[in-house]
Design a protein around this ligand. Structure first.
Ligand SMILES: Cc1ncc(COP(=O)(O)O)c(C=O)c1O
Length: 668
């Protein structure tokens, strides 16, 4: 996945103070987490910062004078009865992002003297939640933005959300069967600006049929398969073997069909989509240039083209590295806009073709930043040194048998370890442990001695890491100790439901505690979720150089919550999440921020109850309760339970059905 350099050994060493993702901290610095610890300035794009109180604040327009404290919001929600996990949507962040997009294209258009217009459309599939689409609709209306749909259900939702907005551009992508196209043509009849984009020639037939029957002159788009392929995870969205779009031969066929019908003027839009998260601007340049060439050819052939739709793909710099790493992008928004405008303009000018309206379908880049997932840590498994016996005689005390050779070797490695023989002792320890495991499997080692092997081995590993601090160069095998000796933090969330791309495509999102940032994190942890699935974990985190295998975290304090945030999660995560282990949708709160920096809750969408997720799986809660009540009655009859106990049992069961699917402890 990664195409960046891996961590150089000398940067992955210190036991406590070298968590600085920016690489600047040293043990002499004050022990507080700073912005660099979590690279918040790099990925936060001015929207997020750390307050003097050590909490994360959100700045919807990047201004410190209008900021809200995440911890305060989470506590406020808890007071209202909504505990974590909770997804926070900031419509005011979205507002700024959409304005930035508009401004970047306006600037590029002005600077280049481009004669055409710009029109952004939001691809609904990136986040179909009603509140988000409504927000995009509301904010986008003032910016001239439209919407893109990829299926019949999305079209039906969008048609109703845009009533009486005839100028709102609706682009229809995706595989289109009869009804989908019929709805698009009916919308055209209503006077809507709607463009079905053909993915194949069969769709052209359907458009022509329905348009004739309904009596509209349709606007038609064509999605073309570019030769230019995207890169990374979504490279196959484009290229000649892509799943969608017409080959050039098919494009010409469509032109012939339309010409024969006297409808070539209806071919108004040329579209491509090079793939999501385009990490390298050179691919954007190549793809847009190819698209623009095809556009000018269609114009020459007499098509009524006036929109050029470059699709989605504008990347999000999830790790803030500004590189061509899969989850970063090596360009700015301004560079993207000026690349798109300039390429189209220069190719149209070469051919004497009027400048088209440029359409973008950026989805991820529009909505990623506005959502933050907050979840609490329930406990941790820590790597701690054990008390190791002082001599071999004491070792013998563990069980009746004499210690086997590997145990003795390991013990001696432990006794010998020093900065001078670090690597050698680490090798000895690894091989002694492997031999010990073998002996145990074959029945030649007791459980007590096997446990002693584990204790000595991990204590030695911790010691080796401690002694390796400052070694330059640091041998690679010792550098790897950092990844090995991490704690596991158990979190109240489902990765499958809330961060599915972490699991499915190894995506990294910026994550950090949202409070206690006035204390230096002293632990290194990975995150484990609530599901009974070993994939239900997060063990890859953002890093300047590559991905990091651990996150700097604080020691847990008994009876004090520890809250983490996963940031930039507004794109794709909500819609792709699933019900693994029946953990349902989390609560989602739509938070608004007024001009004075005071927050208020515009809407709370309650997370799924147990009853709801069971219903998705075709369980009837009433029948389930009846079954439990029946068993209780039989227990009362047999004298195993009192009637009062049976009532409590049924009540607890019913409460369970009405409850949140996540741990509810902290919402009381
Ligand atoms: C046709 C089309 N347009 C737009 C998008 C949105 O892409 P992104 O979210 O990367 O901007 C997609 C996503 O894959 C797509 O398939």
């Amino acid at each position: 996945m990664s195409n960046k350099k891996t961590l150089t050994p000398s940067t992955a060493s210190a036991a406590t103070a070298d968590f600085d993702l920016g690489g600047s901290s040293s043990s002499s610095e004050p022990l507080i987490a700073n912005a660099a610890t979590y690279a918040i300035d790099a990925w936060g794009d001015g929207f997020f910062a750390i307050s003097d109180a050590g909490t994360v604040v959100v700045r919807p327009d990047r201004s410190p004078s209008r900021e809200v404290d995440l911890l305060e919001i989470v506590e406020g929600l808890r007071d209202r009865g909504y505990g974590s996990p909770v997804l926070l949507h900031f419509g005011d962040v979205l507002d700024t992002v959409l304005r930035d997009l508009r401004a970047a294209f306006d600037k590029a258009i002005e600077e280049n003297g481009y004669q055409g217009a710009y029109q952004g459309v939001f691809p609904v599939k990136v986040n179909q939640q009603r509140c988000v689409v409504e927000d995009v609709g509301r904010i986008g209306a003032g910016l001239g933005f439209g919407l893109e749909v990829g299926s019949k259900p999305e079209l039906l939702a969008v048609l109703a959300l845009t009533v009486d907005q005839p100028d709102r551009l609706i682009v229809c992508n995706g595989f289109k069967e009869d009804r989908y196209i019929e709805f698009a043509m009916l919308a055209a009849k209503l006077g809507r600006t709607i463009v079905p984009v053909l993915e194949n020639l069969k769709e052209l037939e359907l458009v022509l049929q329905h348009a004739e029957r309904i009596g509209v002159r349709p606007k038609i788009g064509i999605r073309v398969n570019l030769n230019t392929r995207g890169a990374g995870r979504w490279a196959t969205s484009s290229g000649v073997k892509a799943k969608f779009g017409l080959s050039l031969a098919e494009v010409l066929k469509a032109v012939d069909i339309l010409r024969d019908r006297g409808m070539l003027d209806c071919l108004e839009l040329l579209h491509c989509h090079m793939g999501s998260q385009m990490q390298d601007i050179r691919l954007v340049m190549a793809g847009v240039a190819e698209l623009a060439r095809i556009y000018t050819e269609l114009h020459r052939l007499g098509a009524g083209v006036r929109y050029i739709d470059v699709g989605g793909g504008l990347g999000v710099d999830y790790d803030g590295s500004q590189t061509n790493f899969a989850f970063s992008r090596n360009y700015s928004l301004e560079e993207y806009a000026s690349t798109v405008v300039y390429r189209i303009q220069s190719i149209c000018d070469d051919r004497g073709v009027p400048h088209p309206t440029i359409v973008t379908e950026s989805g991820r880049a529009m909505v990623a930043q506005q959502s933050i997932l907050i979840f609490d840590v329930m406990g941790s498994n820590r790597f701690e040194p054990h008390d190791i016996p002082g001599d071999l005689e004491q070792l013998r005390g563990h069980g009746d048998e004499q210690p086997a050779r590997p145990l003795i070797d390991l013990f001696e490695a432990w006794q010998r370890i020093s900065p001078e023989n670090l690597l050698e002792c680490w090798h000895d320890a690894q091989s002694a442990r492997a031999e010990a495991l073998n002996l145990f499997s074959l029945g030649y080692m007791s459980l007590e001695h096997r446990a002693e092997v584990e204790r000595i081995f991990w204590t030695l590993a911790l010691r080796a890491r401690e002694l390796s601090v400052g070694l330059d160069p640091l041998p690679e095998e010792l550098a790897e100790l950092d990844d090995l000796l991490t704690d596991v933090y158990f979190c109240n969330l489902s990765v499958f439901q809330s961060l599915p791309d972490c699991w499915a495509i190894d995506q990294v999102f910026p994550m950090m505690p949202i409070h206690r940032l006035d204390e230096m994190p002293t632990r290194r942890g990975t995150l484990a979720d609530l599901t009974c699935d070993s994939d239900g974990k997060v063990d890859q985190f953002i890093d300047r150089e590559d991905v990091r295998r651990w996150l700097p975290l604080h020691d847990l304090v008994p009876d004090r919550p520890y809250l983490l945030g996963a940031f930039l999660v507004g794109a794709y995560q909500e819609t792709l999440g699933d019900l693994h282990n029946l953990f349902g949708d989390t609560h989602a709160a739509h938070v608004r921020v007024d001009d004075a920096g005071r927050w208020w809750i515009e809407e709370i969408i309650e997370g799924d109850t147990v009853r709801e997720v069971l219903a998705y799986m075709q369980y009837d809660s009433a029948a389930l309760t009846r079954a439990i009540r029946g068993e209780c009655e039989r227990s009362v009859h047999r004298g195993k339970m009192t009637a009062r106990e049976s009532r409590e049992m049924v009540q607890a069961y019913e409460n369970g059905l009405s409850g949140y699917t996540y741990l509810e402890g902290d919402s009381d």
